[in-house]
Design a protein around this ligand. Structure first.
Ligand SMILES: Nc1nc2c(ncn2[C@@H]2O[C@H](COP(=O)(O)OP(=O)(O)O)[C@@H](O)[C@H]2O)c(=O)[nH]1
Ligand SMILES: [Mg+2]
Length: 301
């Protein structure tokens, strides 16, 4: 242990010891080296830190060469990608929406490699990728070109154009997330809402610190997946809490067939309650288009 090391050094050391990935270990070792005292009696200690860092770097380099160098991320389910400048809150958002635990810090360019989190987005299996910020040497446009939906994380509207022009080949859908609403006053918030409306942006003002509008963001993400949720109900029983997930535009026939192939032939009557029905328990035919959050009841005899 170095003599006279400050509080920050010990924080970094604690994180280093807790770190699970080699990538994180390297990051915190570098911090420890920066923060450890540079006097005569700690020379040996610092030299040891440097050796440890060198070994770790060599090890991860070998591992990544073995894996074939830089590789794309395998898509599992619907893929969202966080994109934006440094310090806008991308990694913070990843921790709020998924199981992933990326580094969050007030320092710039903390995220050096893409981090993947997974989550159930309204019943749809989804991936959320946090990637190095724009302007970082590790920023990868390939990720943006492949993602199903880009989430622009910004703190001012000027960033939108800059992001778009740096990923000209991205074809996915786009959501604009304006973060850090908690540091704005009501007047500033109103102005932002007005701009979202007047420019017809698919945008939302949130704060990952206070959780403001995070639930609304979750619904927005679900809408972008192009899926709908249908709740099945048996006569005289409450609707099932777990939805069937179908593509937008699905019909009653699709609902029946998704339960069991050929089932639509057994259906004698269908009742729908929800956004697609004119009134509760409306009797509909097999070609009726269902909508998100409809409750569907089949009668077979
Ligand atoms: N005031 C405020 N700060 C935030 C909010 N979300 C994130 N931050 C801070 O912004 C800094 C950068 O966050 P980070 O998630 O690492 O940004 P990234 O570089 O885009 O990944 C950190 O100090 C966070 O604590 C927010 O809603 N409000
Ligand atoms: Mg980050």
């Amino acid at each position: 242990m170095p003599i006279n090391a400050g509080y920050e050094y010990f924080e970094a050391e604690k994180k280093y010891l807790e770190a699970e990935s080699a990538d994180d270990k390297i990051f915190y070792l570098e911090q420890m080296l920066k923060l450890s005292p540079k006097h005569k009696s700690s020379e040996k200690f610092n030299a040891e830190l440097k050796t440890r860092l060198k070994k770790l770097r060599e090890k991860t380099e070998k591992a990544s060469k073995k894996a074939g160098g830089k590789k794309g991320i395998r898509k599992e389910g619907f893929q969202f990608l966080l994109i934006g400048f440094t310090n806008t809150g991308k990694s913070s958002l990843l921790t709020k929406l998924t199981n992933a635990k990326p580094r969050v810090s007030e320092h710039q360019f903390t995220t050096t490699h893409p981090k993947i989190g997974t989550f159930l987005c309204g019943g749809v299996q989804a991936q959320l990728i946090d990637q190095p910020s724009l302007g970082s040497e590790n920023f990868d446009t390939g990720l943006a070109n492949n993602a199903d939906c880009l989430i622009y994380v910004i703190t001012s509207f000027e960033e939108i154009e800059k992001i778009s022009s740096s990923v000209p080949r991205a074809r996915g859908k786009k959501i604009i997330v304006i973060n850090k609403s908690n540091i704005l006053n009501n007047d500033q918030k109103r102005k932002i809402q007005a701009t979202i409306k007047s420019k017809r942006l698919n945008g939302i003002l949130i704060s990952t610190k206070t959780n403001e509008n995070l639930d609304e963001l979750r619904s927005k993400l679900f809408q972008e997946t192009g899926m709908i949720r249908i709740f099945m109900k048996e006569p005289h029983k409450p609707a099932s809490p777990k939805p069937l997930v179908l593509k937008t535009g699905a019909t009653v026939r699709d609902v029946a067939e998704s339960i069991l192939k050929g089932f639509s032939k057994q259906v004698k009557e269908t009742r729908v309650t929800g956004p697609s029905s004119k009134f509760p328990n409306q009797k509909v035919g097999l070609t009726h288009k269902v909508k998100d959050k409809d409750v569907v009841e089949f009668h077979t005899i």
